[in-house]
Design a protein around this ligand. Structure first.
Ligand SMILES: Nc1nc2c(ncn2[C@@H]2O[C@H](COP(=O)(O)OP(=O)(O)OP(=O)(O)O)[C@@H](O)[C@H]2O)c(=O)[nH]1
Ligand SMILES: [Zn+2]
Length: 343
């Protein structure tokens, strides 16, 4: 996927265009309300939010894949990519969204003022991609797992670049450790066909890919989408005048071999969004099993007497590095107050 590096001038132009578009959209939204009131719109039909641009939504009609530029009724909550909606067609590939289905899951992230904003809906699973080169820190993987647990989205640990692993590579052990903890795991290479590895895991589901820079997310996604990305984004550009290079909104794609993909630069950084300190333990089911069994209620799980976690480690029932990871994540949260560090 193309990387975006914009100059200040380009950014200013984009902001200007966005403001203009927003104004036009507001006028259109009023018009749409009038049309709706006067019965000038088509009958209600199902749709999927494929992308979200300021005040307009790209709504895909599932039966033929055609994309419509829609406004949403004022009484609806903020809709996001992945939302299943009911909408009515207007003139010239436009329409209005009149209802939104309940969401199976919702990714939210704090904005610059710390308010949680929805980013994408109905994601079923998150592929946490990692590699030995560059070496992904295990605490980072654990951080993604915390974020996945808090979002109620199933994580899958994907060790990419299997072609670079040595026979006794420690990353093989790390992957096996996660499998032993009960997580789904995959070992694969973006340099090889994904037909028997990744593809079957994606069917009939909506997936997002996350992971640190350089682990191979773009390579995997490019192989999964083929030429699709251009086709889909091309359609949107035509409808809204917004080119692909200015698109930072989450996009929903259909993968030719089955399943949907929701992707954006922001979503790829998913695990680095703020995590509330008191909920970090939720991403560590193996540690959580012992939570509350320590001698002291305010046990720091370090060298306190009667710590159930330290005892479990000593018995070999818990991996020491998972507790290290837990402490590292807590420390990183305490270091700088709030989410800004992770923006
Ligand atoms: N040997 C090997 N190289 C790979 C594999 N997957 C990706 N690469 C290479 O790793 C480098 C980084 O891959 P990308 O797909 O750009 O990684 P990314 O995760 O999208 O990185 P960002 O865009 O920075 O987030 C590229 O040079 C790829 O060719 C793999 O399975 N094996
Ligand atoms: Zn303890």
């Amino acid at each position: 996927m193309a990387k975006r590096r914009l100059t200040k001038q380009q950014e200013a132009r984009i902001r200007h265009t966005q403001r203009e578009r927003h104004r036009r959209a507001e006028r259109k939204a009023n018009l749409v309300e009038t049309q709706l009131a006067e019965g000038q719109l088509g009958s209600e039909q199902p749709g999927v939010v494929q992308a979200h641009y300021g005040a307009t939504l790209a709504i895909e009609r599932p039966e033929d894949g055609q994309v419509f530029r829609c406004y949403q009724r004022a009484n609806l909550p903020a809709l996001v990519t992945g939302d299943r909606v009911t909408w009515c067609a207007g003139q010239d590939d436009t329409g209005v969204v009149v209802a939104c289905e309940d969401r199976r899951s919702l990714l939210v992230r704090p904005d610059l003022r710390g308010q949680l904003r929805p980013v994408a809906a109905n994601i079923d699973q998150i592929m946490i991609v990692f590699s030995s080169i560059p070496a992904t820190p295990l605490a980072l993987l654990d951080r993604y797992l915390v974020a996945a647990a808090l979002s109620n989205i199933e994580p899958v640990l994907v060790l990419n670049k299997s072609d670079l692993l040595t026979v006794d590579d420690p990353y093989r052990t790390y992957l096996a450790d996660y499998a032993a903890l009960g997580y789904r795991t995959l070992l694969l290479s973006a340099k090889a066909p994904l037909t028997d590895t990744l593809v079957p895991e994606l069917r009939a589901k909506t997936t997002a890919f996350v992971g640190q820079s350089g682990v191979g997310k773009s390579s995997l996604i490019a192989q999964l989408l083929g030429d699709q990305e251009d086709i889909v984004v091309g359609e949107i550009s035509e409808a809204t005048g917004k080119g692909r290079h200015t698109t930072t909104t989450a996009m929903l794609y259909h993968m030719p071999q089955g399943g949907d993909l929701i992707d954006s630069p922001g979503i790829r950084e998913f695990g680095l969004w703020h995590v509330p300190e008191d909920q970090v333990m939720q991403g560590f089911p193996d540690l959580q099993a012992y939570n509350g069994q320590c001698k002291f209620r305010d046990c720091s799980h370090r060298d306190d007497p009667g710590c159930a976690l330290q005892a479990a480690i000593a018995r070999g029932d818990v991996l020491a590095r998972r507790l290290d990871s837990y402490h590292a994540i807590l420390a990183s949260l305490a270091e700088v107050s709030g989410y800004r560090r992770y923006e």
